[in-house]
Ligand binder design. Structure first.
Ligand SMILES: [Zn+2]
Length: 258
């Protein structure tokens, strides 16, 4: 799980505790936006939330090695959130410059074992699995799970059996919605949150403004972008509606210190 080697690595590289948006796009093929993924670097834990198309290349750009990343949390099983599990696992097995030696833990909602069974068998025996490491699946049947000393809320947000992730670091609460429409469950999910990365592709701008105003989350980062949102315009609309915080239009590799 979270081991001393990982802590040493983060210290050695002088990494701050931070959140990095690896991918802020969707299924759309765009040169400036890969699909969904968020990298979280804590003192003693490094994990990603989703691993959509193109985001393993972002990991390479950040020089995150296979064994650095031992935990992947999956929000749901749409391709724009999980498709880079295939190149990631393929590289785990067959890369000649960075083969994996440590086990990989994958966490996800009900259906994880079935879906991962399909993915792991996609290319037959040995395609995406080798004896040098194990893929350990953690299907979450509850609303909480833990990785080492860190606990996470894992809350279903309609409409696509998607689970939002929420956790606390240094007294601040962070939340990622994955895919979510705008609804009462999303408002409740963001209650008391200090920093959120939200799906801003499915809700309309007016709904994002409504969400910001109702939740008053101090920092809301817009991701999973189907359309290019004008940051100044949406900030102005939100402020006029009574939102006191900051709305930020996310971009790939944008990072935030924790
Ligand atoms: Zn999506």
């Amino acid at each position: 799980m979270c081991n001393i080697a990982q802590t040493i690595l983060i210290n050695k590289l002088n990494m701050k505790q931070k959140i990095t948006l690896l991918g802020t796009g969707t299924c759309q093929l765009q040169k400036h936006r890969t699909s969904s993924s968020i990298l979280v670097q804590l003192e003693d834990l490094l994990f990603v939330y989703d691993l959509g198309r193109g985001t393993t290349q972002r990991l390479a750009e950040l020089e995150i090695k296979q064994d650095d990343l031992q935990h992947i949390v999956v929000s749901h099983f749409h391709p724009d959130h999980v498709s880079d599990l295939v190149p990631f696992l393929h590289a785990s097995c067959w890369s000649q410059i960075d083969p994996r030696s440590k086990n990989l833990h994958i966490y996800g909602p009900v259906g994880l074992e079935e879906q991962m069974g399909r993915i792991l068998n996609l290319f037959g025996a040995g395609g995406l699995e080798r004896d040098s490491f194990k893929v350990q699946l953690h299907e979450i049947h509850d609303t909480h799970f833990a990785i080492g000393k860190h606990s996470f809320s894992f809350i279903n947000l309609p409409p696509v059996n998607n689970s939002g992730l929420k956790f606390e670091v240094n007294g601040k609460v962070y939340a990622f919605t994955g895919d979510s429409d705008f609804h009462e469950k999303e408002i409740a999910f963001l209650d008391g949150v200090d920093f959120a990365v939200i799906d801003a592709g499915h809700p309309m701008d007016e709904q994002i403004v409504d969400l910001a105003t109702k939740t008053q989350v101090p920092t809301i980062v817009l991701s999973h972008l189907y359309r290019e949102t004008d940051e100044n315009e949406i900030r102005q609309k939100a402020n006029q509606a009574g939102y006191k915080g900051d709305l930020i239009v996310g971009s790939d590799l944008m990072s935030f210190d924790l």
